[in-house]
Write a protein that binds this ligand. Structure first.
Ligand code: FEO
Length: 394
């Protein structure tokens, strides 16, 4: 199966309809691993797929050319969702050189026995003429691994952007104008929040480099190919990479016997008493880490609550805290809250986490013994109002 981007340039990748867990990222709409084949004077495969999809990729390429005719395999990124099949692909394309960064070679060799592979290490900005077309390699370190690069085909104004601008969507459609834009942008945002967000400064540098290129098509390694809505996705990346928060409060909580949930709802009432603030509230065991992180990505304030379980936050609340710690969202203010019975601990742990995150607590942590009484609920409302006021500070 293949899809033409331009005469002589085709998508030859794999649609992963059933994947729902991509190293803890919940891929509710599945995923694709996009490979592309360029048939010019030289034949070039751009990226591979995950290991289990190697046969599909090879069959797709065979529909268009003999495997022996492939001269180059460009490996833009060594992560195993793309490079897992490289062992089989290189073995079946014996005349191909593997084109990649020095770091990519190192990582490929860490995962796979690359003995006997012919490597062509390319510098940033290096070009490779393949006939009518010329490939230019643009290093994009830490977007989102140290090995990463983009490959640009100036003659077609075509950018192979590897993970950049990707979305996890399994579909029979290949192009952005064949799917509702709101679905695509929602998935692009989820992808950015969960995969790319910590590397905003590096993304900004890549966008600066891309600004000097004429781009008519962006072909990422995941999801739909951008050919109509390029300004929309570039503008979104510019906005997201600036790491700017909005007038938004998120309330995340875990509850055992509803006491912490009652407190969360009182905090929500306090937040909503201030006009102009957006608030999203999640019971953390009823939302995925993927949804929670996407919700928190542009928040300015976070109320985190948990019942105390064995002197600690619940395991799910702790997992949310760990995940958010890695993603480094631009939240500035926090509020800890939660219930306890005979042994305290959850609220103290959450406050300690705020300190680590360098978020300022707007009020002392609010605690309830067994059920929150009227006084505790009033404290929750007041603290929620304080959070909302902070959310309005730009
Ligand atoms: Fe899609 Fe970083 O791999």
């Amino acid at each position: 199966m293949h899809t033409q981007l331009f005469p002589g340039i085709d998508w030859v990748g794999f649609v992963d309809w059933n994947i729902r867990d991509f190293h803890s990222y919940n891929t509710e709409r599945g995923a694709t691993y996009n490979s592309y084949l360029i048939r010019d004077e030289k034949t070039v495969l751009i990226d591979a797929v995950k290991k289990v999809a190697a046969d599909t990729l090879l069959a797709n390429v065979r529909e268009l050319t003999d495997l022996e005719k492939v001269d180059y395999i460009v490996c833009n990124h060594a992560e195993q969702d793309h490079a897992g099949a490289m062992g089989q692909v290189v073995a079946m394309m014996p005349n191909a050189e593997v084109v990649c960064t020095a770091k990519c070679k190192e990582i490929l060799s860490g995962y796979t026995d690359t003995t006997g592979w012919k490597f062509k290490i390319v510098a940033n900005g290096e070009t490779l003429s393949i006939g009518e077309n010329t490939l230019t390699f643009i290093h994009t370190p830490m977007v989102h691994w140290p090995d990463s690069m983009f490959t640009y085909v100036a003659e077609k104004k075509l950018l192979f952007s590897m993970d950049g601008f990707g979305q996890h969507v399994a579909s029979s459609q290949r192009f952005d104008d064949e799917m509702p834009l709101d679905v695509l942008m929602e998935e692009a945002k989820i992808y950015y929040a969960n995969i790319v967000y910590p590397y905003g400064a590096q993304v900004a540098r890549v966008l600066e480099a891309a600004a000097g290129l004429e781009i008519a098509m962006i072909a990422p390694s995941h999801g739909l190919i951008w050919r109509k809505n390029i300004p929309t996705i570039l503008e979104a990346y510019k906005r997201w990479s600036a790491k700017k928060s909005e007038n938004k409060v998120v309330i995340f909580y875990d509850t055992m016997w509803e006491s912490t949930e009652i407190m969360a709802k009182a905090i929500y009432e306090g937040v909503m008493s201030v006009p102009g603030v957006v608030c999203e509230m999640h019971h953390v065991r009823k939302s995925t880490l993927t949804e929670l992180s996407t919700s928190a990505m542009d928040a300015r304030c976070c109320a985190m609550g948990s019942a105390t379980l064995n002197t600690l936050p619940t395991p799910t609340a702790a997992a949310v805290m760990t995940y958010m710690q890695g993603l480094r969202f631009p939240i500035r203010y926090g509020l800890s809250f939660g219930s306890f019975g005979w042994g305290k601990g959850a609220v103290e742990e959450i406050s300690a986490w705020f300190e680590k995150m360098q978020w300022t607590e707007v009020a002392p942590g609010v605690k309830a013994k067994w059920r929150p009484n009227a006084e505790v609920l009033q404290k929750c409302r007041e603290a929620g109002k304080l959070l909302a006021e902070k959310a309005l500070e730009d």
